[in-house]
Design a protein around this ligand. Sequence first.
Ligand code: AMP
Ligand code: ZN
Ligand code: FE
Ligand code: FE
Length: 274
Amino acid sequence: MKLDLHTHTTASDGVLSPEDLVGLAKKSGLDALAITDHDTVAGLSEAMKSAMDHSIQIIPGMEVSCVASGIPCHILGYFIDYKSSIVTAYTAGAIRAREERMNRMLDRLADQNIIIQIEDVIREAGPERSSLGRPHLARALVRKNYASSITDAFDKLIGDQHPAQMAIDALGATEAIRLIRDSGGIAVWAHPRLEVLDKLLPELVAVGLRGLEVYRPKSSPQHILALKTRATKMDLLVTGGSDWHGPGLGVDLGRFYVTDDDVNQFLREGQLLA
Ligand code: AMP
Ligand code: ZN
Ligand code: FE
Ligand code: FE
């Protein structure tokens, strides 16, 4: 079985609609796909529906932006009850917070005489978007010739190190993990950086973190080994995914995958395997 446990759609900052992503995933040889849009579950119903036509398993997910001890991090929630009122309440607030943050970023850019309107960003995000993200802003910057490519926009203007980058008014990691657990999900730390791993891991595990995203397309063997060692030591699940956002952005869909062997325990806890 080939699985990709981390992907994005037009519901957040991905390029393909949920339906097109599911179709491409099947065509690309994947047997299971987790859809993990940023702070929204708006793509999941459509994905579930099209999965029925494509005989591929969809794992419902969401990538929650949060802050642990002042450090921004992403927690993946898998197998969440995405129709629950807790999730609905969370995403409504998070979508608003992302819009507010986008407006603050546009103000910061305007201070540098870079003029982008919120409508420009919303237009780039498309009619299916639910949560706004920096990639939408990057596309607007490219369209208005302030940057030559998405990468250039991040490198020059809106990457983490730039003054125009503003933090999202996000949940604390404790609340993020609680949200995922309260909606029946499994909380997994997305793309943990080695520099903050040992600092943050104990506090995250103490509040119910269940796993680490170990396998990623560009991870070094050392990085994978370090994460696997922590997972074993702390009795955590391991997962893996491509963090796919669209054609031509990173590795092709289906080129990177994990097997049911790699993530066996995760699939058991999610009740996809007996
Ligand atoms: P946000 O959650 O709005 O801060 O946006 C984060 C998203 O921006 C990530 O999930 C990536 O999709 C994208 N991103 C972050 N850094 C870069 C970069 N250097 N180049 C291209 N995309 C990036
Ligand atoms: Zn993204
Ligand atoms: Fe992420
Ligand atoms: Fe992601």
